[in-house]
Design a binder for this molecule. Structure first.
Ligand code: SAM
Length: 219
């Protein structure tokens, strides 16, 4: 795919700005609890309240949702919870060196029900590889969806991954209903655990974006 110089410059500047924002949130490299597609922040704000010793970061594409999430942080006076408006894979590529994931939460991600749109789903094999790079052995990824076919596809590809396996016995550390959970008729959940196999480096970024200009800075 060809990108115009103006587009590449725009993306590069956006990544610099994001990196600056993340360095301010995470001045010292440390493990974080990450929620991708956090929506209004219901779950993570509650999680940060219940677990004040954990540092929590929520990410969502939509600024209106992040604004509502930030209001929860202010209201509850949380100093261990941050919300960032950005795309999930862009976030992964812009994180400061040394930041690792203690837990990763993906709750009710957009299902993209049409087959030709499945490539837009967040939770795919290359997503697991991307988060594996910052997940020490034992990191758990909590996935919940009300879309049965999405759940089944993740359950089907998980056993093929070199870096993650399904943990059938893992407890769900916190139950707190999200906006989309409240609307769902039912849902399915699974937990994946990072195994000891080494992560393969991945050059993949959000569909339609040029690769990172400095991939080594994200390791
Ligand atoms: C169906 S909503 C679920 C929100 C929340 N987790 C809940 O359960 O109420 C999916 C959310 O993911 C966000 N989202 C979708 N794709 C994303 C991406 N690639 N990166 C970051 N956020 C994304 C959307 O903006 C939306 O807020």
């Amino acid at each position: 795919m060809d990108f115009t110089p103006a587009f590449v410059e725009h993306i590069t500047q956006r990544r610099v700005d994001l990196r600056t924002e993340l360095e301010a949130i995470l001045p010292q490299p440390r493990p974080i609890v990450l929620e991708l597609g956090c929506g209004h922040g219901h779950f993570l704000a509650r999680y940060a309240t219940e677990f004040p010793e954990k540092l929590c970061v929520g990410v969502d594409l939509r600024s209106d949702r992040i604004e509502r999430a930030l209001r929860k942080v202010d209201h509850a006076r949380l100093n261990n919870c941050h919300f960032v408006r950005t795309e999930a894979l862009e976030f992964l590529h812009s994180l400061p060196n040394g930041v690792t994931f203690e837990q990763i939460w993906v709750l009710f991600p957009d299902p993209w029900p049409k087959k030709r749109h499945h490539k837009n789903r967040l939770v795919q094999p290359h997503f697991f590889e991307a988060v594996a790079a910052r997940s020490p052995e034992g990191t758990r990824l909590y996935f919940r969806t009300d879309y049965a076919e999405y759940f089944e596809s993740v359950a089907a590809f998980l056993p093929t991954l070199p870096t993650w396996q399904r943990d059938q016995h893992a407890a769900w550390p916190l139950e707190h209903e999200t906006v989309f959970q409240a609307r769902a008729d039912g849902y399915q959940s699974l937990v994946a655990v990072r195994t000891s196999h080494p992560a393969r480096p991945t050059g993949k970024v959000a569909p339609g974006l040029p690769p990172p200009t400095n991939p080594t800075s994200t390791a």
